[in-house]
Design a protein around this ligand. Structure first.
Ligand SMILES: *Cc1c(COP(=O)(O)O)cnc(C)c1O
Length: 425
């Protein structure tokens, strides 16, 4: 069986004469020694390059980074410095973006169930757009207007276009049966446009859709763009936002469109249908996923003859819940031997008290994997750190940005004291 495919490693990954991996010019073994494991290692120039690719494809001010994929102050700043705006989906995400020094005027507030406080916070701070998701939210905006809160927020309406994206059910959001948005098919979308365009409490500037996440088929995006263009052209509003959702390759054999190809599909579809609005997108995963890997230490290897081998690392579902949530696959390899054939098939598991705490059901690893080895899972830059938890009171791993031979700690490892910060006992 083959070595880890190099295309799953971040752009600035290099392998030395000794077969060992460096990221951004930093030896992974040095990073592990300095910061401990588990550790998220981001290739900073890879992140910047994906931001630049997106901005080049769609235009300055037309790419909104979906912060839920991965957010800390360094990431918020990086995306903003590279010419992107930020999509925040809660008061907490807005708080972190603002704490990073990103102006509220560069933030779009999302969420299917924003509270009155979140809306008030967004309006007071002066967010660029609020993407309104429901009639109840329009009611809440009316009540804030009656309170005299200003300025009048610029809003987009989230439309559910009835397009079924080919992805996992839990991350498909464009179909009619969805908690998100105003359905196009049953007339709610038009009713919402009608109400918002007459309402003094909002300034309707456009419509929005997001069909789902980790979508690989360019045709799904083209279809959504067509449906949205049909709806949006007669409205002739200034903004049309087509969401995020571009998939990335996680495992050997997967292939996703590039950001540039995605841009062509969407912009061509819009041009063909006569869209005159400013077209923007909101990528999350496609910007950050492949930029990072998680580095663990192997602690226990259990061989059950005739059954299987378990390889347990010192993290698991608390730093990467995606396999449990979506059945997602991940590759694995040993940073000390990047080119090694991976002839052992083992179940890669974490250290949590659950049989379901699996990182990879059938991980391929070099047969000489041993206790004490560093083990890495690539493409963990999206929805890993951000979906992490403290389950079993495991402290969350640190995040390091590596570039040009230097590494900087941007999120430190949690301590046992952190576990008690909110416990007023
Ligand atoms: C999650 C989300 C995104 C980003 O999705 P990715 O799959 O990470 O690109 C963009 N827009 C909205 C509204 C979202 O909910």
């Amino acid at each position: 069986m083959s070595a880890i495919p190099r295309y799953l490693l971040s752009d600035n990954s290099t392998v030395g004469d000794d077969g060992a991996l460096s990221v951004g010019g930093c030896a992974v073994s040095d990073l592990a020694a300095e910061y401990g494991t588990p550790l998220f290692v981001y290739d900073e120039n890879h992140l910047r390059e994906r931001c630049r690719e997106a901005v080049a494809a769609f235009g300055h001010g037309r790419v909104v980074y979906a912060t839920k994929a991965f957010l800390c102050r360094a990431m918020a700043r990086l995306a903003y410095d590279e010419g992107m705006l930020l999509d925040v989906a809660s008061g907490g995400e807005l708080h972190v973006a603002l704490a990073a020094g990103v102006p509220a005027g560069a933030c779009t507030l999302h969420g299917n169930n924003k509270s009155l406080d979140e809306l008030r916070h967004g309006i007071e701070e002066g967010v660029r757009h609020i993407v309104v998701d429901s009639f109840d939210e329009l009611d809440r905006l009316d009540s804030l207007y009656r309170e005299g809160l200003g300025p009048t927020p610029k809003v987009l309406l989230r439309i559910t276009p009835g397009v079924h994206a080919h992805t996992h059910e839990f991350i498909a959001t464009g179909q009619d049966d969805s908690k998100f948005g105003f359905n196009l098919g049953n007339g709610d979308a038009l009713k919402a446009v009608d109400r918002a365009s007459r309402s003094p409490s909002v300034d309707l500037v456009g419509v929005h859709c997001h069909i789902g996440s980790n979508v690989f088929e360019a045709s799904s995006f083209a279809k959504a763009a067509e449906v949205m263009a049909d709806f949006a052209v007669p409205l002739d509003l200034p903004e049309l936002v087509l969401g995020g959702g571009l998939g990335v390759a996680y495992v050997e054999g997967e292939e996703a469109p590039t950001i540039n190809q995605w841009g062509s599909v969407l912009l061509d579809a819009c041009a063909a249908l006569g869209v005159r609005s400013k077209v923007s997108v909101e990528p999350g995963r496609a910007i950050v996923a492949a930029a990072a890997m998680t580095v663990y230490t192997v602690g226990t290897i259990k061989e059950i003859p005739g059954v299987r081998t378990y390889v347990a690392v010192n993290g698991g579902m608390s730093d990467n819940p995606r396999p449990v949530l979506y059945g997602s696959g991940y590759e694995s390899f040993l940073p000390r031997a990047v080119n090694a054939e991976r002839n052992l098939t083992a179940r890669l598991v974490g250290k949590h008290c659950e049989s379901g705490d699996v990182l990879s059901l059938a991980a391929k690893l070099p047969a000489d994997v041993a206790v004490g080895d560093l083990l890495a899972t690539p493409v963990t830059g999206a929805y890993g750190h951000s979906m992490g938890s403290n389950y079993n009171k495991i402290t969350r791993p640190p995040v390091v940005f590596a570039a040009d031979g230097d590494a900087r700690l941007v999120v430190r490892r949690e301590t046992f004291e952190d576990l008690l910060v909110t416990d007023v006992g």
